[in-house]
Ligand binder design. Sequence first.
Ligand SMILES: [Zn+2]
Length: 240
Amino acid sequence: MEPINASPDPTDALSSVPASGDGRAPTGRLRFFFGPMDCGKSTLALQIDHNQARQGRRGLLLVRHDRSGTPTISSRMGLARNALEVHQAMDLRTLVRDHWTRGARVDYLIVDEAQFLSPEQVDQLAELADDTHLEVYCFGLATDFRSTLFPGSQRLFELADELDAIQVEVLCWCGRPGRFNARVHDGDVVRAGDTVLVADTAPPAAPDGVDIRYQVLCRNHYRTGDLGPHAVKGHQLSLT
Ligand SMILES: [Zn+2]
């Protein structure tokens, strides 16, 4: 065994880093919590907001593509909080800095339906985390009904400091973990169309007489389009 070298580290004297610190400027972190529909993303978003607020911190709640008319982050458990709607052209750096200019505190951001952010807006969130102490919590779906990444989610996978797969498991009708958000149109799984119809907490508006809904499926049943023994073609039983 090598003897322990008791002499001081010779590089200490050369170091410009104060001994008491780790030498890194504090920055915020960009985190992405993702999962399929119904996995409890909005509930977790509201829980994190609640925990932060209890510490005396102040946050901004943002949501993209809220269809309720009054932007809110709402969970299926019945909780809801007002939020700011993010528009396609909105610069999120400007949004936060405008709040600071007005003297409002913003310590953290919570972004629900973050899959709908543009890649540029995700870059803006990363810049805010790096250049300020802002903590950024994003929540959203990873993939759309075509089973491909949303552009905003792809950029979050590329840039986020932390990726968290939400552990509330949503099951396919067969009992396997459901990871795919299938769009069901008159009893058939469809794999092309407008991705914006997918959202976490509200059924999409459909033209009169057209039955469009979403069902979380395992990969096998997403691929085969098998909606389970309770599905009747053209007349789906809704289990939610
Ligand atoms: Zn299945």
